[in-house]
Design a protein around this ligand. Structure first.
Ligand SMILES: [Mg+2]
Length: 216
C-alpha cells in the first residue's frame, strides 16, 4: 500500500513538474516577443506576406462572374489603414486615450498593398463597402482618414454602435447580412481578424496578418 502511494506520488510530482516545465518553456520573454513582432513588420516580411495574399485574392476575384451588384467588404484598422505608429508609440501596448487621439487625428496611412487591392477592385467597377468595429462616434474622423489615405471611392462606411453590447464578429456578420438584403452580392471580404469572417456571407476570405492585437 505504502509503495503504491509512493508510486502515485511520484507520478503526480512528475506530471506536475512536466506541466510546469512545458508551461515555462512555451512562454516567451515579453521583450523578445516584441522584438520579433517589430522585426516581422519592419524587415519586409509583413509586406511580402501581404503581397502574396493579395496576389492570390486578385486571381480569385478575376475568376468571379461580376455583376453590377458585386461588392468587396473592407475592414478599416490594420486592413485599409495602418495604426502601427500608434501601437509602437506605446511599445506594442494599448492605451485607450492615446489610441482615440490617434483615430481622431485621421492620419493613419493606407497599407500600400491593401490600397493596391482596393485600386484593383475599383478598376473592375466593383462596389466597396467598409465595415469597421470603430464606434459610430468616430464616423467623421474615419471617413476623413479613409479619403486622406486615398480610399476616395466607396459606397458605404459602416461603424459599430458600441453602446449595444455585441461581439465585433457578430456585429460584422449582421451588417454583411443587411448589405446582402439590400441586393448586393458580397464576392469577397478583406480583414485582419478572424472575427472579420465570423458566421458567413463574406464571399472569398482575404485574411491579412495581424500580430499586434486580437479582436473577438
Ligand atoms: Mg481590423
Amino acid at each position: 500500500m505504502k509503495s503504491k502511494l509512493k508510486i502515485l506520488t511520484l507520478i503526480i510530482v512528475s506530471a506536475v513538474s512536466l506541466a510546469v516545465s512545458s508551461c515555462s518553456s512555451s512562454l516567451m520573454n515579453l521583450q523578445t516577443a516584441k522584438k520579433q513582432v517589430q522585426e516581422y513588420y519592419e524587415s519586409g516580411k509583413y509586406s511580402k506576406d501581404l503581397k502574396e495574399i493579395i496576389s492570390t485574392a486578385e486571381d480569385q476575384i478575376n475568376n468571379v462572374n461580376l455583376t453590377k451588384n458585386s461588392v468587396v467588404v473592407f475592414d478599416v484598422d490594420e486592413t485599409a489603414l495602418s495604426n502601427y505608429d500608434a501601437v509602437t508609440k506605446v511599445h506594442f501596448g494599448y492605451v485607450e486615450s492615446i489610441w482615440n487621439d490617434w483615430i481622431n487625428e485621421s492620419k493613419a496611412p493606407a497599407i500600400p498593398e491593401v490600397k493596391a487591392l482596393y485600386d484593383f477592385v475599383i478598376a473592375k467597377n466593383i462596389t466597396v463597402i467598409f465595415i469597421t468595429g470603430r464606434d459610430i462616434s468616430q464616423f467623421d474622423v474615419t471617413y476623413k482618414n479613409l479619403k486622406n489615405a486615398g480610399y476616395t471611392k466607396f459606397d458605404t462606411l459602416i461603424l459599430k454602435n458600441n453602446s449595444i453590447h455585441q461581439s465585433t464578429g457578430k456585429y460584422k456578420w449582421d451588417k454583411r447580412k443587411e448589405v446582402s438584403a439590400k441586393g448586393f452580392n458580397i464576392i469577397a471580404s478583406v480583414g485582419d481578424q478572424e472575427s472579420d469572417f465570423e458566421g458567413g456571407d463574406y464571399g472569398i476570405k482575404i485574411k491579412l496578418p495581424n500580430y499586434l492585437y486580437l479582436i473577438k
